[in-house]
Design a protein around this ligand. Structure first.
Ligand code: TYD
Length: 208
């Protein structure tokens, strides 16, 4: 689509996405690349407001309303942050994108996965990242990590084990359907080993 390179990180809560995206950012900066590190939900000012609703609202949000809130965050974020950065030729590293919606709102909340994907693609005017790193982890192990971190759980993290099991299955199905976009990694590997694999996937794309 553009001059830059767009890399997204996906995975369940507690899979280590933020650690890996931060390590990739550091490496790229050391290589002298212009990097925009961003996230969904909450990569913009409007997105921060939406993030507060979807993660911290007390009480229920209807699943379709939740899907639309994530899509609204995405629409504004892609238009105002991602596209301009890619047009400048920057590397965009992004924590979560539309695969999160398909996995969490589609499989998790049990909405139609195809419809959720179409909604997200409409929101973002159809753009997809070049690489999506999926950090795959058993939700029970992830839960142990979140418990150990001793932070209050947000609305999605508070969902039951079955929800997170469906999210994981959905992610793996998405990766199997688009093997050229996805890099699936076993999130039980040590952080350095994961970072090496991510760099190995990204490095050839930088010298184009
Ligand atoms: P995240 O920013 O990874 O949470 P944290 O900073 O607490 O690690 O993600 C926020 C939550 O939002 C996460 O549980 C997944 C969920 N989510 C969706 O349900 N749908 C979406 O489209 C996105 C982007 C996130």
């Amino acid at each position: 689509m553009t001059a830059g390179l767009w890399v997204t990180f996906e995975g369940g809560d507690g899979s280590g996405k933020s650690t890996q995206s931060a390590l990739l950012e550091q490496w790229l900066r050391d290589e002298g690349r212009a990097v925009v590190h961003t996230r969904e939900p909450g990569g913009t000012e409007v997105g921060t407001l939406i993030r507060n609703i979807v993660l911290h609202h007390r009480g229920d949000i209807a699943p379709r309303a939740e899907a639309l809130l994530y899509a609204a965050d995405r629409a504004h974020h892609v238009e105002t942050v991602v596209r301009p950065a890619l047009a400048r030729g920057d590397v965009v590293i992004q924590d979560r994108y539309l695969d999160s919606s398909v996995a969490y709102q589609g499989a998790g909340r049990v909405l139609d996965a195809g419809e959720i994907r179409e909604l997200s693609l409409w929101a973002s005017a159809g753009v997809l990242p070049e690489v999506t790193v999926l950090l795959d982890l058993d939700p029970d192990v992830a839960r142990g990590r979140l418990d150990a971190a001793d932070k209050p759980f947000d609305r999605l993290e508070s969902e039951q084990a079955a929800f997170h099991g469906r999210v994981r299955t959905s992610y793996l199905a998405l990766a199997a359907a688009e093997p050229e976009r996805f890099l699936v990694l076993d999130a039980l590997l040590p952080p350095d080993a994961l970072a090496d694999r991510v760099r190995a996937r990204i490095a050839p794309l930088l010298s184009r």
